[in-house]
Write a protein that binds this ligand. Sequence first.
Ligand SMILES: Nc1ncnc2c1ncn2[C@@H]1O[C@H](COP(=O)(O)OP(=O)(O)OP(=O)(O)O)[C@@H](O)[C@H]1O
Length: 787
Amino acid sequence: MTTEQQWNEEQQRVEDVTAVISGRIRRLESEVGSVRGDVVDMRKGFWDEVTINFSEADDVGETSTSLRQQSEILSERERRHKHSTEALGRLRKLLESPYFARIDFAEQGQDAERIYLGIASLLDQQDEEFLIYDWRATISNLYYDHMPGPAAYKTPGGEIEGELTLKRQFSIRHGQIRFMFDTGVTIGDELLQAVLSRSSDAQMKSIVATIQKEQNRIIRDDRSRMLIVQGAAGSGKTSAALQRVAYLLYKYRDRLSADQVVLFSPNPMFNSYVSTVLPELGEENMQQATFQEYLERRLGREFQLEDPFEQLEYVLSASSQPGYEARLEGIRFKSSKTFLHVITGYKAYLEQEGMRFKPVRFQGREVITAEQMIRRFYEFDPAVRLANRLELLRDWMLKELARFGKEECSAPWVDQQMDLMEPEDYQRAYHRMRRKSKNKGDTFDDFTREREILARMVVSDRLKPLRKWIKALRFVDTTRLYSELFLNETLLSQLAEHTELPREWHEISRQTLGRIQAGELAYEDVTPFLYLRELMLGFRSNSNIRHVFIDEAQDYSAFQLTFFKHLFPQAKMTALGDFNQAIYAHASVLQDAEPLYDLYGTEQTELISLTRSYRSTQEIVEFTRGMVVGGEHIIPFNRKGEKPRVTEVPTREKLHQRIAGNIAELLAEGYESIAVICKNADESAAAYEALEGMLPAKPKWIKKTTPAFEKGIHIIPAYLAKGVEFDAVLIYDGSAEQYRRESERKLFYTACTRAMHLLHVYTLGEITPFVSSQESSTYIYTLEKGK
Ligand SMILES: Nc1ncnc2c1ncn2[C@@H]1O[C@H](COP(=O)(O)OP(=O)(O)OP(=O)(O)O)[C@@H](O)[C@H]1O
C-alpha cells in the first residue's frame, strides 16, 4: 500500500510535470500558429514572388531556380509544421495523462534513479533530465520484463545490471492521480483487472500500461525476418501487433515511416476497429488493407472473383447440393503445398513446352498466329528465363506488327478511312509531315508523301490497342494455361509427382472449368491463378514496404503467404493467428507451421506462443477452451464473472422471445455492446427480421461490407465477428443441427470467444456436441419444455 505522504508527493510531481507540459504546449501553439500562418501566406504569394518570364533563354534558368528555392522553403516549412503539430498532439495527450508507471532502478554501486514511463518522452526545462521516458525507450524494458529485485536491460553499449527497487503504477486523468499502487510479481494484476473489467469499446484500445512480458517479446522483436505468433483467442495478438508497429516507428524513426508498414486484416470493419490505436499513441496510422482488395485490383477486371466470405457461405450452407464434397476437396487441394509445387513445376515444364498464346488478330485476320509465336518462343535460348524470353517474343511481335502496318497502308480500307477524315486529322498529319520533312531536309509539298503519311497515321491509330496489348504481354493465355491443369490429368499427375490426386478429381475439374468459362474464378483458384501468371511474367512487387503484418494469419494458405513474400521483397513479416480459429475449408498455414518456416528458413523465423487469454472472464475461458484441441493449455486471466448459460428452447418463436428478453435485461443492466452471433448470412438475415421489431433499441445488421464498428446491438455472422469483441454474446442457435461438423467446431469456438463478460448459448433443439461433450460444471443448462 502506498502512504498518504507518497500519494501527496506523487500528486505534487504530477502538477509540476503538468505545468512543464502546459508551458511547452503554449510555446508550440504560438509557433505552430505562426508557421501555419507562414505556410498559408507563402501559398497565397507563391506565384507573386517568383518572376515568370520565359521569353529569354537566360530567364528560363533564373525562373526555375527561383521556383525551386521557393518550393524548398515551402516544403521545409511544411515539414516543420507537420513536426510541430505532431509534437503538439503528443503533448496534449501527455497533459491528459503524463505517465502510467514509475520504476526505481539502481545501477550497481549507484543511487536509484526514478524513471517515469509515458506514451512519449519529455525533458525538463533545461533539456537535461527526462521527466518522462517513452515506453519504447530501452530503459523502459525494465518495467515490462522485471519484477522488483535484480534486473538488467540491454543498451547498444552492453547490458546494464542493477536492482529494481520499486515498480509503481498510476492512473492519472486531467492532472489528478485516480489511483496508484506498487506492484510485485506481474505487471499490475490490479491494473490489468481494472482495465479488463471495463466494457468493450467501438475501437480497440492501446495496452501500453499493461503489456505482459510475453507480449513485450513480440513488440520488441528485432531479429527475425518472419515472426509468427500463435496465440489463443483473446491473448492480445492484435493488441501486441499494433504496439509493435508503434515500437518500430519509434525505434527506427529516422528511416521508417508509417506508410512503409501495412497491416492485412480480415475485413473493412476490422480495419475501422483497430484504426485508432496508433493515433492514440501519438503515431500516424500504418496502411491497412485486405488481401481481397489486392486480388480485386489485379484480376477484378478480367474475372468475376469470388470473395472468401462467399466461399465460406457455400461451405457452411450448401452441404446438400450436388458436388459439395468435391468442391471441399478441391479447396483443400488447391491451397496445399502439393498444388504450389504443381504450379512451380508447371512453370519449369512451360520453359520446355506447352506454352499457350493468343494470336494477334486484326479485322478478323490473324496477323501473327499462335503457332508462329510458339515456334519463335521455343527458338530462343532455353537458358534465358521464361519472363525474359517473353520479353524477346514481345519485341519480335512489335516488329512484326510494324511490318504488317507498313504493308497495310495500301489496303483499300485505309483509303476509305482517309476519305472520312476530319480537317483536324489533316492538320495533325500536316504537322507530322512537317516535322519529318524537317528532319530529312525534304520539302513537303508532295502529294504522294502526304497520302503516305496520312495512311500511316490511320493504320497506326488502328493498331494502337494491339500494340498496347502486346506490350502488356496479354498474348500469354494464362486462362488457357491454368485450365490445362484441369484438362490434362496426365500432366497434372506428373507435376504432382505421384502425390495422389483428390478422389473426385473429375468433378473438381468440371467445376473449375465451368466457372472459368463463365468468366468467374472461385476464391480457391484466385491465388494459384495469379501466382502462375506472376511466375511466368515476373512478380509485381512493392519494395517500399518494410513491415507487413498479417492478422488472422490462420485464414491464409501457404500459397497466399508465399505470395506476400514476393509482393513485399524488402519487408519483414509478422504473422499473427490462432489455428483454433481457422474457419476456412483450406489448409491453414498455422495448422502445420512447416510452410511458414520454409518461407524464409528456420534461421530467420521465430515462433512465439501466447497462451494466456485476457478478453474473457475465467468462466468463459474455462467453458470455451474445452471445445478445441489443446485447449487445456489456454490459461484464463483471473477475472471472475458468471458461468456461461445454455438454454434449450422448443420453438423458433420461443427462441426469439428469449433472446429479445435477454437483450432488454442486458441493456437495463448497462451493457453497451451486445452481439447475437449467427452461423452465416442467411441465419443473420432471418434473426434480424424476427428480432428487429422485438428489441428496445434498433439492432445493427452486420454484413461483409459494413465499414465501421459501433457500439450497440449487433446481429452478425460468426466469420465477421472475427477479431472483434463484445460485452455480451448471445449465440443465436447453438444446436447440433447447426454446429456438428469438425469444420464448424472452430467457427463455434470463434463465436463464443468474442464474449468479454457474458456468454449465453441458445439452442433450438438438441445442443451442439461441442457443448454437450464439455464438463457440465462449466455452464448452467436450462431446458424449456412445451410448444
Ligand atoms: N496486456 C494487456 N493489457 C490489457 N488488455 C489486454 C492485454 N492484452 C490483451 N488485452 C485485451 O484483451 C482483449 C483481446 O485482445 P486482442 O483482440 O488483441 O486478442 P487476439 O489474440 O487478437 O484475439 P482473437 O484472436 O480472439 O481475435 C482486448 O480487449 C485487449 O485490449
